[in-house]
Design a protein around this ligand. Structure first.
Ligand code: CP
Length: 306
């Protein structure tokens, strides 16, 4: 495992171990066990963008492991404005043992990781969301009992940080991946090429299409918010482009009977998915949100063990 987790590729040989440790921590905690893996250790959490799940799950998870979390928002530290990324990275590295950073600019995250002397975790940047894919894979393993050989289908904005992470993470654990979207919103070539490289080695299929019927045979259907912060100015056009891709029960019914629905939240009901489906019997969205905590706990244990 690399020192920093900026991409899911940084833990490519450890994904299944992290997921299995996440499942074990969850089971042990359910059985009343308490943990001291992070006793005396401090996590700094830097947020330049809003968060519910990432902040709460990292903070509570660190406490459950016997450690302590410090929260810093953009108005506290004004990265690159009040002082340089380099100086903040060097100073915080003397106070804490691990840093989670959700940046406005991905370049700042990479600059930060270059100078920090403690492990850096990407808490979501414009390109990837490695913590979310770990939680989603744990949820799939809990629901399906396995990862290898499943058909994962993403419908919605394909040129999205989470879609990129799904392309990489799902192929790394042996799933076929299909992204269904309007041609203007297909995933970035770099991530499709990376996923194809992984898929070729493992004899898997990566399919990028605008055909909604490609959802058939899906074991998992996932989506994400159509308009993220970085693309707010393009909202109207994105809405018009993707209007055929709102996930409804009719679309879900085209997949396998036991298919599950996933969404990392927050959800904009009526845009990427209907509320009926998001809170229906096939949805596992609340399990996903919970599993952010267990997989991030597992990730921190593994990073600090090195
Ligand atoms: N899924 C996710 O990252 O949620 P938050 O933006 O609330 O952290």
């Amino acid at each position: 495992m690399k020192k920093n987790v900026l991409s899911i590729l940084d833990v490519k040989d450890d994904i299944e171990d992290i997921i299995d440790l996440g499942i074990k921590l969850k089971q042990d905690a359910t059985n009343g066990q308490t943990f001291q893996y992070l006793k005396g250790k401090i996590l700094a959490m830097i947020f330049e963008r809003a968060s519910t799940r990432t902040r709460a799950s990292f903070e509570v998870g660190t406490t459950l492991l016997g450690g302590h979390a410090v929260f810093l928002n953009k108005d506290d530290i004004k990265i690159g404005e009040r002082e340089s990324v380099e100086d903040i990275a060097l100073v915080l590295s003397r106070y804490v043992n691990i840093i989670m950073y959700r940046p406005l600019k991905k370049e700042d995250l990479h600059e930060f990781a270059k100078y920090a002397t403690v492990p850096i975790i990407n808490g979501l940047d414009m390109d990837e969301h490695p913590c979310q894919i770990l939680a989603d894979l744990m949820t799939i393993k809990e629901m399906k009992g396995r990862l290898h050989g499943l058909n994962f289908v993403f419908i919605g904005d394909g040129d999205d940080n989470l879609t990129h992470s799904y392309l990489l993470g799902c192929t790394l654990v042996g799933m076929n991946v299909t992204v269904i979207s309007h041609k203007k919103h297909w995933p970035s070539k770099y991530f499709v090429d990376q996923a194809n490289k992984i898929a070729e080695k493992k004899n898997l299929q990566v399919t990028i299409t605008d055909d909604i019927d490609a959802v058939k045979n899906a074991d998992i259907i996932a989506t994400d918010t159509w308009v993220s912060l970085w693309y707010e100015k393009e909202r109207q056009q994105i809405m018009a482009d993707l209007k055929e891709y709102t996930i409804t029960q009719d679309i879900m019914n085209k997949a396998k009977k036991d298919a599950i629905f996933m969404h990392c939240m927050p959800i904009y009901y009526g845009e990427e998915v209907t509320k009926e489906l998001a809170h229906g019997n096939q949805s596992v969205i609340i399990d996903e949100a919970e599993n952010r905590m267990w997989t991030q706990m597992a990730l921190m244990v593994k990073l600090l063990k090195q």
